[in-house]
Design a binder for this molecule. Structure first.
Ligand SMILES: Cc1cc2nc3c(=O)[nH]c(=O)nc-3n(C[C@H](O)[C@H](O)[C@H](O)COP(=O)(O)O)c2cc1C
Length: 140
């Protein structure tokens, strides 16, 4: 069984979009391949949303490491679940910057402030986020 973990966090004052985003993606792609982790990292002007998928030990270990990264703060798990399949089997860490205007991005942009303010508490609403994320895969 594969383990999936979805979290949201907020960029900190240590984060520099130009310098750090490239570094995070390079490091992620290298480390995630060897840890057999896949997933997607979404960034808007303020928040990160990341889905990590892999075996439970690798996901937890990576989440612990990522949680300690000073470049973001207020990290909060949104969903954890088991499933047989990966959503992003081909992405060691896909990256989506929510700056364009396709439908998936607009949907996510609208939902992010609500997630952050904890307005979305119901599991079904969180699963809505997952279903939006899944669309990014089919669009790839
Ligand atoms: C929002 C965010 C997401 C990250 N995602 C990953 C990831 O998926 N994989 C990874 O190896 N590092 C990720 N990092 C970076 C880690 O926190 C850490 O800097 C890195 O894994 C250190 O790699 P090293 O031990 O090879 O130097 C992320 C950092 C941030 C701020």
């Amino acid at each position: 069984m594969l383990y999936h973990l979805l979290y949201i966090s907020e960029e900190s004052s240590f984060f520099d979009q130009q310098r750090d985003m490239e570094d995070i993606l390079k490091t992620s792609q290298k480390n995630n391949v060897s840890a057999q982790l896949t997933g997607i990292l979404i960034k808007n002007d303020k928040f990160f949303i990341q889905l990590l998928e892999g075996d439970s030990k690798s996901v937890e270990k990576m989440y612990t490491k990522i949680s300690k990264d000073r470049r973001h703060k207020s990290i909060r798990k949104l969903l954890e679940y088991k499933s047989k399949e990966r959503i992003f089997p081909r992405w060691s860490m896909g990256y989506v910057n929510l700056d364009s205007k396709n439908d998936n991005e607009i949907k996510l942009k609208e939902i992010i402030p609500f997630i952050h303010k904890d307005i979305i508490k119901l599991k079904s609403s969180k699963e809505k986020i997952l279903s939006i994320l899944k669309n990014f895969n089919s669009a790839s």
